[in-house]
Structure formats: structure tokens, C-alpha cells
Write a protein that binds this ligand. Sequence first.
Ligand code: NAD
Length: 260
Amino acid sequence: MTGWVKDRVALVTGAGSGIGKAAALKLAANGARVCLVDLTEQRAGEVKELIEAQGGEAIVVDTDVSDPVRVQSAVELAMKEWGRLDVVFANAGINGVVTPIEDMSPEEWDHTLTTNLKGTFLAVKYAIPHMKKNGGSIIITSSINGNRSFSGFGMSAYSTSKAGQMAFGKMAALELARYRIRVNIICPGAIQTNISENTQKTPELHKIEIPVKYPEGSQPLEHKPGSPDQVADLVLFLASDHSSHITGSEIYIDGAESLL
Ligand code: NAD
């Protein structure tokens, strides 16, 4: 197999759906062997079949990204299978419960923060010892919501986790530059995926009057949400040597949605 990431090994979290799935397929189509991490084997197993059908190699690890033991063993499995790790796409994430702050339970807050932010930390932490020798590329999926909300109110936990990912990614870029490990943060706008399946909007949300609301997913460029495949193109670029001087960057992929 030829391509921009030929013979590299990539670990992708949230690989069973949406952006993670599209990125896993694109990395594999460009020569990478891919460790597919997701909550259950079923969806990631389907992605593995697609990769194998196009002549690529993949393994599936069912792992909750907020569980340190499971994340470490996912990394170890990739190492055992292929003996190296070059790319980590820390992408798994949930919207969680969308509700006013006063109505959000501490458990709901924790669940969103633990999945999105701690999950990112764990994937990076356990990958570092294996990436130090050869260098590599870490890509973190944050969101335009890390800076401001375009989804109305109720996204405080989600937006906090996404802002945390931006800060974490920049600190990691500084810390890991000495090993030639690059770390970049991608910030998608609305993308057509299955994320609404894990979004719970509470009735309390309607208590708040939203002063300005743009139509959901409105984007000056295409007037519709982006596709996972468009995001996967960016992931491939950042995973490859074509982005060799880019690290510590927040890269918006939103058709200018964040400028509205
Ligand atoms: P998606 O729901 O289609 O895919 C997310 C995948 O992550 C699913 O397969 C799910 O099973 C997995 N996942 C969820 N929790 C997990 C956990 N604890 N452990 C392991 N896997 C877990 O959603 P998506 O839109 O592709 O989301 C991917 C990332 O993109 C998320 O971090 C999300 O915040 C971010 N994002 C999405 C949008 C959008 O509009 N879709 C916009 C900005 C950022």
C-alpha cells in the first residue's frame, strides 16, 4: 500500500463512527495500519472489515477512553501487533447532557469531562513512551465550541472539555517537541455524524432565552454541515510529513462558521 502515511501505525479513538471512522479509513487507504478504539467492538469491527476490503490492516480494541487500564492496554496491543506507534488521533467524544448549568448534575458534568478531556489525556499519556523513539503526530479533536457556542446554551460541560483539549494540546506540543512529536488540535464546526445519538437535551433548556441563534450548522462556505471525509483530509495531512513544521496549532475546519 502506498500513500502519505505508508507503513505508519495509527491509533484512532472513536473509530466506529463519524469523524473517527472517516479518518481511520483515510489513514488506512494511505498506507497506515490502524488500531481502532471504540466503546464496543461492533461499529469498529465494521470499519475493520472496510479497511481490510480495501487491502489495509486494522485491529479493533473495545475500550472506554476514560478508563486508564483499558487505554493503556489498547496502546500495548497496537505495539504488540506492529511494534511501533506513529500517529494518535484522540477523537472520541460526546456532547453529553445539554442543559442549563443550574440543572446539570455533577455526575453529568463529570461524564462529559471524563470522556472528552481525560480520554484525550490518557490516549496521549500512554502513547508517549512508544512515540519518543521515532517521533510522530498527535491530533486532538476539539471543536469551535472550545471558544464560543454556536449551538445555543446548555453546552457548558462540552465547551469546557473542548477548551481544555485546546490548552492540553498546546502544552503537549511544547513538552513533546524535543522528541519530534507534533501535537495539533482540530476544531470542526458542525459535521454530519451520529453525535446527536449521544446528546440528551433536557426540557429545562427551553427555560433560557437565547439572544442570538444562527441556524444549526449554518456555514458561509457551503451552507450545510461539513462531512466527516472533509475532516479526515485534514487529519491525514496532520498525520503525514506534509505538515512537518506544524505543531501546537488550533486548526479550524468549519467553513467559517466560527466567524459568524
Ligand atoms: P460520533 O458519535 O459519530 O462518533 C463518536 C464515536 O466515539 C462513536 O463511535 C462513539 O461510540 C465513540 N465514543 C464515545 N464515547 C466513547 C468512550 N468513552 N470511549 C470510546 N469511544 C467512545 O461523533 P463525531 O461527531 O464523529 O465526534 C467525534 C469528535 O468530533 C468528538 O470529539 C466531537 O466532540 C467532535 N466534534 C464533532 C462535531 C460535529 O458536529 N459532529 C463538531 C465539532 C467537534
